[in-house]
Ligand binder design. Structure first.
Ligand code: GDP
Length: 312
């Protein structure tokens, strides 16, 4: 079974660790958000692509869910002592990934090509596909002005009030051919438990992607437990976009494209929901969606594959 997963950089990589055990890794196509990418100290950092590569290669730091485990920060701290503070904390090994990527980009390779090479170098056999080759950036509108997602989340620790979220450059941005082919030829699509506005939203906003998904079996896993996200700023962003910051809001956000919504079994928000004519025939199903261990991730991936098996 060929499965395509739409991914950001925290919730979905946790789930991918499970998928790797449940299906053939080579049958996985992972379409990854690039709207949080940023150049730092001369190198291109693709936080979500890196986290997917590190999760699948077993290198990810599972305490922070970004970067490489047991990494050192010598360059980052030495730069600070020289009077230059980097906008992101970058580990030394992690930086090596960014240097390799940037050297390839400077030689004229595309982001898709560099990602393929990096994934292979890390021993990953799933296809990791950047969503687009176009430059797009998630911008956060706050009372203090408009700032890049990384400045908001890392620099300002997510504290400013969020007035709006928009993806700069998304008009006219197209998915890559590899992304289109992956969706067209897969048996099912998983929207991972990632931030709907800043991680999945950019992928869905690319020209033609929603239309392609409407032809597929699609399951979304909620990144919310009731009215609280498991982590991160998803609640603030959903509110800014006019959605309820909850599992109910997730159902509304994805209503045009999903066939199933997976919620945690302790989530009572959608109890007794009537899925009206406004919705596709969406089944709300429940299981344990908290991924605190590898076993949790494997069980959730099995649950999702069983949904598809029942339907096919
Ligand atoms: P980002 O790119 O770092 O913002 O990461 P993502 O968008 O991929 O992931 C962030 C989302 O993952 C947050 O909205 C969390 O609520 C969600 N998340 C994190 N851990 C878990 C988990 O164990 N289970 C579920 N269901 N969602 C999670």
């Amino acid at each position: 079974m060929k499965i395509v997963v739409l991914s950001g950089g925290t919730g979905t990589p946790k789930l991918l660790i499970g998928f790797k055990k449940v299906v053939e890794e080579t049958s996985l196509g992972i379409i990854v958000n690039t709207a949080e990418d940023v150049w730092v100290s001369g190198n291109k950092v693709c936080p979500d692509i890196d986290s997917v590569i590190y999760a699948l290669s077993g290198e990810i730091d599972t305490k922070k869910w970004w970067g490489i485990r047991d990494d050192s920060f010598l360059t980052n701290t030495w730069l600070k002592s020289l009077g230059y503070e980097e906008p992101l904390m970058i580990g030394d090994k992690d930086r090596a990934t960014h240097i390799l990527r940037s050297e390839m980009l400077r030689k004229g390779l595309s982001l898709t090509e560099t990602t393929k090479i990096l994934a292979k170098t890390y021993g990953v056999t799933a296809s990791i596909l950047p969503m687009t080759e176009h430059e797009v950036a998630t911008m956060i509108s706050t009372p203090e002005g408009v700032m890049h997602f990384q400045e908001f989340w890392v620099g300002r620790k997510g504290e400013p009030e969020v007035i709006d979220v928009f993806i700069r450059g998304i008009e006219g941005a197209e998915p890559t051919e590899e992304v289109i082919r992956a969706i067209e030829t897969c048996d099912a699509v998983v929207i991972g438990p990632s931030n709907p506005v800043t991680s999945i939203g950019p992928i869905l906003s690319l020209k033609g992607v929603k239309e392609l998904l409407k032809e597929k079996l699609v399951v979304a896993v909620s990144p919310f437990l009731g009215d609280k996200p498991f982590s991160g700023p998803a609640g603030k962003f959903m509110t800014a976009k006019g959605f309820e910051p909850s599992s109910r809001g997730i159902l509304e956000y994805y209503k045009d494209i999903i066939n199933w919504l997976v919620l945690d079994h302790s989530d009572t928000l959608l109890k007794g929901i009537t899925v009206s004519d406004n919705y596709r025939k969406i089944r709300v199903v429940k299981t344990n969606t908290v991924m605190k261990s590898r076993e949790n991730s494997i069980r959730l991936a099995e649950f999702i594959v069983n949904l598809f098996d029942e339907d096919v």
